[in-house]
Design a protein around this ligand. Structure first.
Ligand code: NAP
Length: 285
């Protein structure tokens, strides 16, 4: 049976190291500050906001939340975003997506200041990720995947990696980050002829599809490392991943659980990015 690799030790390590780093800034009068821009009250946004706020507070990062009504106009939304861009007390900005349909994300992504864009909304940060430029901010969830692999000593370099799912939020950036680490990467999406076949070839399998328990035991090679990004509800209303955990753990060498896996690391990456932005904005090495 494989080892269950949990997110908490990874998140705790990042939290401790950031807290320590912030102690070193005590001579500064300024405190890193995250600005959240949320439209409406979607339960998943509120849950993430709570997690992110708690994580930041634990570390010593201030959090400010601006909420806008669901019928907010694009003009007002842009005004509020620009206000965060120019507010010198705000170091990182998180915009919850998807935005309501009257707000065009294709416009907004060019408005957010790239140096405050801690979750890779701006094309500048997408470009930096493609180039492997470490000065940018890759998206938090795929970065959490990489942190987990590093924490548990999984070697990406030279490994055959398969990513199932190709969204801009998880799958595609996860594939790029694995490639930047010199993994040999295959990506499966909705038009892939045989997703099971590409999964079977993987030494490292990252799954981000959004279909509960889709990946079964016979999809996974013996000893593979399986990272499950999915968050779904099963037939009993309990949380489950995209991987059939009970089956696949018998075959994998290492496997993340859901909940308590990737999701628990994401907010600590967010906090790490706020501190990185703060340091850059204050020319701290
Ligand atoms: P998404 O935007 O719906 O994307 C799903 C991806 O899966 C798409 O690229 C789609 O292909 C692909 N796909 C669909 N059916 C497939 C199949 N049979 N074989 C291979 N690929 C297939 O979802 P997402 O935003 O990436 O999220 C994926 C999962 O991760 C969800 O469960 C979500 O809740 C979870 N999530 C977790 C976190 C976290 O912090 N843990 C953060 C974000 C998301 P096409 O591109 O061709 O449509």
């Amino acid at each position: 049976m494989g080892t269950v690799i949990k997110g908490k030790p990874v998140a705790d390590k990042i939290t401790d190291s950031l807290r320590e780093e912030l102690r070193g800034f005590e001579k500064l009068t300024k405190i890193p500050r995250l600005g959240i821009l949320r439209v409406g009250e979607r339960p998943e946004d509120l849950a993430y906001e709570r997690g992110a706020t708690n994580r930041c507070k634990k570390i010593g990062i201030d959090v400010e939340v601006k909420t806008l009504p669901m019928d907010v106009t694009q003009e007002v939304f842009i005004e509020e975003l620009k206000a965060y861009n120019t507010d010198s007390k705000i170091n990182g900005i998180l915009v919850f997506r998807p935005l309501p349909e009257q707000i065009n994300e294709e416009v907004i992504k060019y408005v957010i200041a790239p140096e405050k864009d801690i979750d890779c909304f701006s094309p500048v940060n997408v470009g930096k990720m493609v180039e492997g430029d470490p000065s940018g901010f890759p998206p938090c969830t795929p970065t959490a995947v990489i942190e987990i692999l590093e924490h548990y000593d999984v070697q990406v370099e030279g490994s055959d990696c398969t990513v199932i799912g190709a969204s801009m939020v998880v799958g595609k950036p996860a594939a790029l980050l694995l490639m930047n680490k010199k993994g040999t990467v295959t990506v499966a999406h909705s038009k892939t002829k045989d997703t099971k076949a590409v999964a079977e070839n993987a030494e490292i399998l990252v799954v981000a599809v959004g279909r509960g328990k889709m990946v079964k035991k016979d999809w996974v090679s013996d000893g593979a490392v399986v990272i499950d990004v999915g968050i779904n509800e099963d037939e009993d209303g309990s949380l489950c991943g995209d991987v059939d955990f009970e089956q696949v753990k018998e075959k994998a060498s290492k496997i993340t659980p859901v909940p308590a896996g990737v999701g628990s690391v994401t907010t600590s990456i967010l906090a790490k990015h706020v501190v990185k932005a703060f340091k850059k904005q204050h020319q701290i090495e």
